[in-house]
Design a protein around this ligand. Structure first.
Ligand code: COA
Length: 383
């Protein structure tokens, strides 16, 4: 019998699969860095475009570089008209994440250079995808509600332009700031599942449209990016702050997971949740409607003081308060995960480029545990 190497931990927990310069997640002390810069400093001081630049070029841009970079991104925002026509054919009930996944894949069909994987061509395509994803998301919002998509504006930054295309009016500074913080915080996160899947696809030498489509599909699940939508649905199901305790006890009794709580790497509070909690609180206080913040906060407190959650080191993750922030910014609940993708494309692109630079096919093994040497049974003799 040939021996097989020992299987890695289930879910690849703790397995290091690549070296990266992009971000460092320290789950024991709750610290996140993008290329050495603390997420608290970036959330406080940077714009999303600065963070994209940092992740792609491994340095913060100076003023001239940032202006040039913003111009390049803004110039690529328009969707191919054929793609808009195609989206109009989709059933109106299609989930926005499915539309985004299909739209990104279709962008490859409209790009005659899609198969060109030289470094500069790869970077150009990733820049185009980063610029166009907000337009895709906003266009679907308009199309599914029977309206014409709004053309992007080049004079607005990414977050402001997105909200303008989504809502049809210029957003307030508060809305733009809240969205920009969200986009900064979700831009990269070590070897998370969608980033890993983008790297696996890239490692086969497939084109960037394939890699980003793979990543969007992976992000969609509720154990990953889909959790922000599910977290909001759970807050809506609870309905009011007074219902939290009864809902929590019922959830525990039925072994139901609290969405937006728990993390594979963080065994203390996710630092992004710390920042987003305060953002959510500020938005609630500003609007005078504390309902959603109070539901989320009370539920978090109930979990934090319960032995089940304490013993398993389960804390709020990024998706928990993202849900409250996005809801208060007027984003429809089923658009929360596409907004996660609109941010994470920054990290996916950085990792795709990093993978290309030092590529080797990612091809692990499985441990076969089925039967061996079975005698062949003809079809008419099978029970
Ligand atoms: N609510 C209640 N219990 C939870 C929980 C949650 N949100 N998350 C994990 N647990 C429990 C599990 O039931 C398990 O308990 P057990 O040891 O008694 O079996 C233990 O904590 C470990 O969970 P496990 O699923 O093995 O952890 P993981 O590292 O594989 O999964 C997540 C991590 C994020 C998928 C998981 O915490 C989860 O499902 N969270 C909710 C979804 C979510 O917010 N996803 C976004 C992540 S950023």
């Amino acid at each position: 019998m040939t021996s097989q190497p020992a299987a890695a931990a289930k879910g690849l927990e703790g397995v290091v699969v690549a070296q990266t310069q992009k971000s460092k997640v320290d789950g024991t002390i709750g610290k996140l860095h993008y290329h050495g810069y603390n997420i608290f400093d970036l959330a406080e001081n940077a714009s999303f475009e600065e963070v994209i630049y940092l992740l792609w070029y491994d340095k913060l841009p100076n003023r001239a570089e940032l202006e040039q970079f913003k111009k390049e991104l803004a110039a690529e925002r328009a969707l191919p008209p054929e793609l808009i026509e195609m989206m109009k054919q989709f059933p109106k009930g299609t989930h926005p994440m499915a539309v985004l996944r299909t739209g990104v894949s279709a962008m490859g069909a409209f790009d005659p250079t899609a198969e060109d994987s030289r470094p500069e061509a790869t970077k150009e395509k990733l820049r185009r995808l980063t610029a166009v994803m907000p337009t895709l998301i906003a266009a679907w919002e308009r199309i599914r509600s029977g309206q014409e998509p709004i053309a992007p504006r080049a004079d607005l930054d990414l977050a402001a332009n997105f909200l303008y295309m989504m809502k049809g009016e210029e957003p307030s500074k508060t809305e733009v700031d809240a969205l920009d913080t969200f986009l900064i915080l979700l831009a990269d996160h070590g070897m998370n599942a969608s980033t890993f899947s983008a790297r696996v696809t890239t490692s086969t030498l497939a084109d960037v449209y394939s890699a980003v489509t793979t990543a969007i599909g992976t992000l969609k699940g509720p154990a990953h990016g889909g959790a922000n939508e599910k977290a909001m649905q759970q807050f809506m199901e609870i309905g009011s702050p007074e219902n939290v305790q009864a809902w929590f006890e019922h959830a525990l009794a039925n072994e139901r997971r609290i969405m937006g709580i728990g993390h594979r790497v963080y065994k203390v509070e996710d630092p992004r949740a710390t920042i987003l909690r305060e953002r959510a609180r500020a938005l609630a206080e500003q609007s005078g409607d504390r309902r959603w913040f109070d539901i989320a906060y009370n539920l978090e407190q109930a979990a934090r003081s319960h032995p089940y959650f304490i013993e398993r080191s389960l804390y709020a993750n990024v998706d928990y308060y993202s849900a409250v922030v996005l809801y208060q910014t007027g984003i429809p609940v089923d658009q929360f995960t596409p907004l996660f993708a609109m941010s994470r494309i920054a990290g996916w692109a950085a990792h795709i480029i990093e993978q290309w630079v030092d590529n080797r096919l990612i091809r692990p093994r499985g441990e076969y545990i089925g039967p061996v040497d079975q005698p062949w049974v003809p079809l008419d003799r099978r029970s």
